[in-house]
Every structure is written in structure tokens, then in C-alpha cells.
Design a protein around this ligand. Structure first.
Ligand code: ASP
Length: 465
């Protein structure tokens, strides 16, 4: 039966079977050493001159070969302990060796942190690149962060619900990814820019507290902290005010840092609140970096930005457009202005953004749960009755059926993990990200369609470049 490397500490003097990868091999002639790696850790294996056939096959081993070996767990003398390795007080004296798979010449090194290797090469061999210790740790910590979010929310009565990936295009701010329908030629599904409408409909459904680790898709130009697809911790709650949503998120982030990142320091608790106006005046942007000491990698300066204007002038059309989210409610004292469509530029929204070290890591708002109020927002943006009906009719109808007051937020998982792990961009904390120019070099996507697929979809490609 297989023993994991972390289990050897309880098996001193016993023979065990280990399976894993040869991380490196040092051949000293009579003695051959390898570091063996499995999911639980790394341990040194020693091949003595005897048994001879085992020693002979160990001379052939190379880095990243996959092996099964039998060996005796030996505690190393105190002066031989490798303090840099978790299991450096032990070694395995090899008794048997079976090669399960060989590795060809390695395309990129994986015993470094990988920052010196071109992104092209790392992405092309991503499955291999993920074997490096830094990436393995990023993947493990990402999973722990998501698990901690889930636990925090489930413990507080939140229900996890999956919403569709194939949905309807609705103008929400970014360009949609479209999926042509085979059954309805000429029609498309859209991939969700966020589950915004579905989560609000779940509040109409009476779930009261929803969350989802939700994949979102936005066809925007890729940047360091943006990807065509990214992950949000999407949340929505009924019968809440702005402070209630902010409290849940703040409590969750504090608990996350204190349990998973105890060496980091949160600069200020409760998180300070800065108005949009103050932020623009003092910091020149709406995601202020309020760190007292920007050289301290362990410092986490969270803050909330509130009191954003609801509408701004669209430079192209000259009309009004929303600054954050068309489904937001105005702050209560501005409801009258909204309903009367007056002093539009002065209306403040209930939007709250959470910012960490100068990065916006999430945003949300209290919503308009009364159909008249949502309709006014859409009218202010100059939408015709037909457009309101075709794009938002389902929301207006649902709100006529006893929609509770509700609000939510969507912290960005990739950015949070990036900042907590001290990584420079979100690609380092996503298993299979797109390159900076939107390609998957390992799978070679996007790729051409076949003629058959195009015929089935009744699509004709008209390439202009
Ligand atoms: N759906 C919003 C977004 O993706 C977040 C929210 O308001 O809950 O930015």
C-alpha cells in the first residue's frame, strides 16, 4: 500500500512504498541520491551499492520520472538534518525501484520560481509549469481561500446556487462573448458577464441568501489583473441595507486573513470608508492605495469606497449612463430625484467598492426592487420602451411578484488570491489562464471551426483581417 511522504514520520525503521516524481538526482557513484516528491512533500532517497539491481536502475533515473519505490524510513543523525526541508530529518534507504513513466528532456526548468522564463514557454507547457513549488502553493492557497469563503457563508445560512453559463446578452457594461445556437440559426446565447440578474431573481425566489463561486466572461482587452474569464464570489442577500452587506464581507475577509495568512497585518479594522469625492481629490482615483508603508509586503490596507454618482455622461452619445450597475438603487434620499428624473448628475448610488492595496477587489450595491424605480433608471439612460421590454422585461415582471428589498456584492477571487500570495498578476493564481493577448497556448485556442461546424450553425465567416 502506498505511504505518503508526510506519513513517514510515524514509520521510522519500517519499509514503505512511496510513489511520486524524481525532483533531482545526485550520482556520487557508490551512492545515488534523489529527491522524491508527492502531493504531501519531498524526501531524500538514498540508493546504496546494494541491492545491486536497484542501484543499477537508479543510475538511469532522471528528473521528473515517475517512480514507485520501496525503502526503509531512516531518521538522519542530527548533524545531517536538512533544515530547509519539511521532512529533512528523514531519508529513505531504497530497497526496490519501479519506473512508472519516463520524462523526456524538460522544456522549461521547474526548480526555480519561473519568473525568469518567458510567458509563452510557461503557458505552452502549463501542466508542467504548475509543478513548480510556487505554482503548486498558489493553487493550494487558492483552494483554501475558496474553501474558507464557502465555509464562512454556509455557516451563515447562505445557499450555493449555480446559474446558467448559456444565457441572454444584456447590456451590462462590457462586450459579451456569444455562442451561436445550432437549433436557432442566427441566434446566440451570451456567456454571463456576471450572474447579476439570476442572483436577483433568486431573491425574488425567496432564497434570501445566495452565493456562488461564479465564472464571469467579458470580452475586453486583457490586462495584468483582467482575464477574458475570471472568478467572482458572487453574493446576494434579502432584507438588507448597505451596512449589512459590507459587514458580512468585511467579517469574511478579516477571518480569511487571520486564519490563512496570520503573518500578514491588516492596517485598519473596521475597514475605513472613503467617499468617491474624497478619494478622487486625495488620491486621484477611486481605488485608493492607503498603505502607510508601501514597502511592507505583509501589509493589507483594505478600505471601502462609497457615495459614487449613479449616472455619468456617456462621452459618445452625450446621454446618461450608469457608473457601476444599472440594477443599483439610489441612496434613499435621492429616490425622489430618480422618480422625478431631476438633478440626475447629483444622484448618489448605494454602490460600495472594496479596495485592497490600490486594487478594486469587489463591488456591489443595494438594488432597486420596485419595478418603477428600475424602469426610471432605464428611461434616464434613454432606453426605448421596446428595448426596456426586450432586455429587462423579465426583471420588471419578476419585481411585480413580491420582490424583497435586496443587495449584494461580488468580490473577485483571482485578485484577492493574487494580492494575498504577493503575485504581480492574476495569471499566476489561475491554473489555465489566457496569455496577455487572450490565447490559450497549450490548447491552442481560439482555433478555427471546421466547415461542418459552420454549416451546422449556418455561419459564414467574412474575415476582414
Ligand atoms: N454584478 C456586479 C459585478 O459583477 C457585482 C454586484 O453588484 O453584485 O460587478
Amino acid at each position: 500500500m502506498r505511504t505518503l511522504i508526510r506519513e513517514i514520520i510515524a514509520k521510522e525503521g519500517e519499509s514503505v512504498v512511496l510513489e511520486g516524481w524524481v525532483r533531482n538526482r545526485r550520482d556520487h557513484g557508490k551512492l545515488i541520491f534523489i529527491d522524491l516528491k508527492d502531493r504531501s512533500g519531498l524526501v531524500q532517497v538514498v540508493f546504496l551499492p546494494k541491492p545491486e539491481e536497484v542501484h543499477a536502475s537508479a543510475t538511469e533515473l532522471r528528473s521528473e520520472w515517475v517512480v514507485r519505490l520501496t525503502g526503509k524510513v531512516n531518521k538522519r543523525p542530527d548533524n545531517m538534518v536538512n533544515a530547509d526541508q519539511e521532512f529533512g530529518a528523514y531519508e529513505i534507504l531504497a530497497e526496490g525501484l519501479e519506473v512508472l513513466n519516463k520524462a523526456e528532456e524538460l522544456p522549461i526548468p521547474i526548480d526555480t520560481d519561473g519568473r525568469e522564463i518567458s510567458e509563452e514557454a510557461r503557458m505552452k507547457y502549463r501542466a508542467f509549469d504548475l509543478r513548480r513549488e510556487r505554482m503548486e502553493n498558489n493553487m493550494k492557497m487558492r483552494a483554501k481561500v475558496i474553501h474558507a469563503f464557502r465555509k464562512y457563508l454556509v455557516d451563515r445560512d447562505f445557499i450555493e446556487v449555480e446559474t446558467p453559463i448559456l444565457g441572454k446578452a444584456t447590456p451590462e457594461g462590457s462586450r459579451d462573448y456569444l455562442v451561436p445556437s445550432r437549433i436557432y440559426p442566427g441566434k446566440c446565447y451570451a456567456l454571463p458577464q456576471s450572474p447579476q440578474q439570476y442572483k436577483q431573481l433568486l431573491m425574488v425566489a425567496g432564497l434570501e441568501r445566495y452565493f456562488q463561486i461564479a465564472r464571469c466572461f467579458r470580452d475586453e482587452d486583457t490586462r495584468g489583473d483582467r482575464q477574458p474569464e475570471f472568478t467572482q464570489l458572487d453574493m446576494e442577500m434579502s432584507f438588507v441595507k448597505r451596512e449589512d452587506v459590507m459587514d458580512v464581507v468585511e467579517g469574511m475577509l478579516i477571518e480569511l486573513v487571520e486564519t490563512l495568512y496570520p503573518n500578514k497585518r491588516i492596517q485598519q479594522k473596521p475597514f475605513p470608508r472613503i467617499t468617491y469625492k474624497e478619494s478622487m481629490e486625495k488620491y486621484g482615483n477611486d481605488r485608493p492605495d492607503i498603505r502607510e508603508d508601501k514597502n511592507d509586503p505583509g501589509l493589507l490596507a483594505f478600505c471601502w469606497v462609497i457615495d459614487f454618482p449613479f449616472f455619468e455622461k456617456d462621452e459618445e452619445t452625450g446621454g446618461w449612463t450608469f457608473t457601476h450597475n444599472p440594477f443599483s438603487a439610489p441612496q434613499p434620499e435621492f429616490m425622489e430625484s430618480l422618480m422625478n428624473k431631476e438633478n440626475i448628475g447629483d444622484i448618489l448610488t448605494t454602490q460600495y467598492d472594496i479596495v485592497l492595496n490600490g486594487y478594486e477587489i469587489g463591488g456591489g450595491s443595494i438594488r432597486n426592487h420596485r419595478p418603477e424605480a428600475l424602469r426610471k433608471v432605464l428611461e434616464i439612460m434613454g432606453f426605448s420602451d421596446e428595448k426596456i421590454q426586450s432586455d429587462y422585461g423579465h426583471m420588471l415582471e419578476a419585481f411585480k411578484l413580491g420582490a424583497p428589498p435586496h443587495g449584494g456584492i461580488a468580490p473577485g477571487v483571482d485578485r484577492i488570491v493574487m494580492l494575498l500570495q504577493g503575485e504581480p498578476n492574476i495569471r499566476e493564481v489561475i491554473a489555465f489562464p489566457k496569455t496577455g493577448d487572450g490565447r490559450d497556448l497549450m490548447m491552442d485556442a481560439p482555433s478555427e471551426f471546421t466547415e461542418k461546424q459552420l454549416t451546422e450553425l449556418q455561419i459564414k465567416v467574412n474575415k476582414t483581417k
